[in-house]
Ligand binder design. Structure first.
Ligand code: 5AD
Ligand code: FES
Length: 374
């Protein structure tokens, strides 16, 4: 049945009131998120983005924080169906960086104005806790004014604690999907959502600034799965949230699956900004891959972080989580300048700063794992 013009207007108004409610109360019910996502249109998105920009500018002005991504190993013991560096991908050419190589990435990064280094890698047992601690300490002692973020997957609580004590203050671990059944469509049986969530709560308990996140448009994802992701963010109250479109990788079981869209990713970025006003929200490389203006649009939808690559050029194209990843042929300095121009052209500027989350989400917010008893 076709809707009349006045019915469409009324619908859009009803949806706008839900966005107003999210801005005021920072939470919605699962059904309300589903209504917004399923009925979104261009006018509603613009309404959302304008609010999201206003909120991000109240906390961060037009500053954009830089994170230098150092992809230090593409060995991984896991076998996630979506990921190009999964264990079963025999075509992936594997590499590891030495402590010396990692430090030289940091040196170059520091010269270029980076004050946060993100050490990201597959789940690679080759680096023992004492190796990682040595690397963290070495970076901390050479660059005491910089923050270190780890993104090395699931490890034990003791290991997490040891890295924290060595000087790592932030940890990124995407939850990938907050729905158990969906999680098991994306991962082999050896991996569980429960374990992933436990790790996130443990990291938070230790005192890390924590980032979780998910892929948009991953195979089998429903709107109610996305609502579950948003509700999980409400519960966890992370300081950072990384989301990006799913993009197929040719050597994975999902090679023939369609990509997620920039459009839905942007809409979700806007919602997340209203839910967590002070959150650190990157316009991700995957978003820049699916749309040539994706990173600019991500900032205009409420994002406030970009994460250019600092990995040595020789290994760039080997850390291929998905096809057509951008920037794999560029030097760190090229990416740095490219990103600066991109931000400037849309009215924002890169700042030389650690870029911690503003206090609102950082104060002990009383959130605890729902399964925890007092
Ligand atoms: N498409 C998009 N994002 C991906 N990631 C892994 N594989 C893909 C893919 N095919 C994301 C995951 C992971 C992060 C490092 O990269 O969310 O947590
Ligand atoms: Fe390692 Fe996916 S296989 S993160």
């Amino acid at each position: 049945m076709k809707q009349t013009v006045s019915e469409i207007k009324e619908d859009t108004n009803r949806l706008k009131r839900l966005i107003d409610k999210l801005e005021l109360e920072h939470q919605l019910s699962s059904d309300e998120y589903i209504t917004l996502i399923d009925n979104r249109n261009a006018a509603l998105s613009e309404y959302l983005f304008e609010k999201a920009r206003r909120v991000r500018e109240a906390y961060y002005g037009t500053d954009v924080y830089l994170r230098g991504l150092i992809e230090f190993t593409n060995y991984c013991k896991n076998d996630c169906y979506y990921c190009g560096i999964r264990r079963s991908n025999k075509n992936a050419e594997r590499y590891r960086l030495t402590e010396e190589q990692i430090l030289s990435c940091c040196e170059e990064g520091y010269r270029l104005g980076f004050r946060t280094f993100v050490l990201q890698g597959g789940e690679d047992g080759y680096y023992s806790d004492s190796d990682l601690i040595a690397i963290i300490r070495a970076i901390k002692s050479s660059f005491p004014d910089c923050a270190i973020t780890l993104s090395i997957g699931e490890r034990s609580a003791e290991s997490y604690r040891a890295y924290y004590e060595a000087g790592a203050e932030r940890y990124l671990l995407r939850h990938e999907t907050a729905d158990g059944a969906h999680y098991s469509k994306l991962h082999p049986e050896s991996m569980t959502l429960e374990n992933r969530k436990d790790c996130l709560w443990e990291l938070k308990r230790i005192g890390y600034q924590v980032g979780c996140g998910f892929m948009v448009g991953s195979p089998g994802q429903s709107t109610s799965n996305l609502a579950a992701d948003l509700i999980f963010l409400q519960e966890l109250q992370p300081q950072m949230v990384g989301i990006g479109p799913f993009i197929p990788h040719h050597d994975t079981p999902f090679a023939k699956e369609p990509s997620g869209t920039a459009e839905l990713t942007l809409f979700l970025l806007g919602l997340i900004r209203l839910m967590l006003p002070a959150v650190l929200l990157p316009a991700t490389t995957a978003l820049g891959t699916i749309d040539p203006m994706g990173r600019e649009k991500g900032i205009l939808a409420g994002g406030n972080v970009v994460m250019p690559n600092l990995s040595p050029r020789e290994v760039r194209d080997k850390y291929l989580l998905y096809d057509n990843k951008i920037c794999t042929g560029d030097e760190a300095a090229e990416c740095r300048h490219c990103i600066e121009g991109r931000m400037n052209r849309v009215g924002y500027q890169i700042v030389v700063a650690r870029g911690d989350a503003k206090l609102i989400n950082q104060e002990s917010d009383g959130t605890r794992c729902p399964s925890e008893t007092l």
